[in-house]
Design a protein around this ligand. Structure first.
Ligand SMILES: *Cc1c(COP(=O)(O)O)cnc(C)c1O
Length: 227
């Protein structure tokens, strides 16, 4: 079987199902550069990684018109490694991290777009802030002084479950949070993006208002963490 052919086929299939207003992030974590190149040759330009080191290793091996999205949990001390090129950071879940991203973006004389990660899952292990915490940050004076970041939306990770009703509730909660936070419009805050939905649930997420889906295994195949 030619696996590369199937990446192209998978991409074409998924894209045919996405409404025009929905952006596809191809989640390429753990996958070799040859897989990313196949997706690139099929027209994909946005790639998502969940580890900063892996993204930093891959970035110089891909064409310069790739948009790199950091979709995983971000440790503050590693922001500096991606600050020169990352195009969107999905998992911003506290103010100290925003401050560090701003500081590192300034060093490169650029503005880094960020999404605030909202906790929508019931699982303890999932990161994210409450809607109230997000609102408090966006309205704070400390936030308004950050000139090198821009909050352009929200991101959420649903509970790992097949329960469609629960998933729908969690996605709808994120959509409602977005609607509320969207009323806040300042120099560095203008919410346009709702990042929610993965391979197993992106259709439901889109029905609930998602504008950006993060799809990995449905494009690149199952991940093998043992190698
Ligand atoms: C791995 C990952 C995805 C993609 O998951 P799939 O089920 O393979 O589509 C999406 N979002 C985040 C944050 C991830 O870590």
């Amino acid at each position: 079987m030619n696996f590369n052919m199937s990446i192209t086929k998978n991409l074409i299939h998924i894209k045919s199902q996405l409404p025009e207003h929905v952006t596809l992030v191809a989640v390429s974590k753990t996958k070799p550069i040859s897989d990313l190149k196949e997706a690139y040759n099929a027209g994909q330009r946005i790639f998502g990684e969940n580890k900063i080191q892996e993204m930093v290793d891959k970035q110089p091996q891909m064409p310069t018109d790739v948009d790199w999205h950091m979709i995983g949990h971000v440790q503050r001390n590693k922001v500096k490694y991606m600050a020169s090129f990352v195009s969107l950071i999905h998992g911003v879940d506290n103010f100290k991290l925003l401050k560090e991203i701003d500081k590192q973006a300034l060093k490169h004389d650029r503005i880094i777009n960020c999404l605030l990660q909202i906790k929508i899952a019931t699982e303890e292990s999932k990161f994210g802030m409450t809607a109230e915490e997000a609102e408090k940050i966006l309205l704070s004076e400390a936030f308004s002084s950050l000139k090198n970041i821009k909050v352009v939306g929200v991101m959420g990770m649903a509970t790992f479950t097949d329960d469609q009703t629960q998933l729908q509730q969690e996605f709808t909660f994120l959509k409602n949070t977005f609607n509320k936070l969207q009323e806040i419009k300042t120099e560095n805050c203008n919410l346009q993006t709702i990042s929610m939905g993965m391979s197993g649930d992106y259709k439901l997420a889109i029905d609930c208002g998602s504008t950006m889906v993060r799809v990995g295994s449905s494009i690149f195949g199952a991940r093998n963490y043992s190698i």
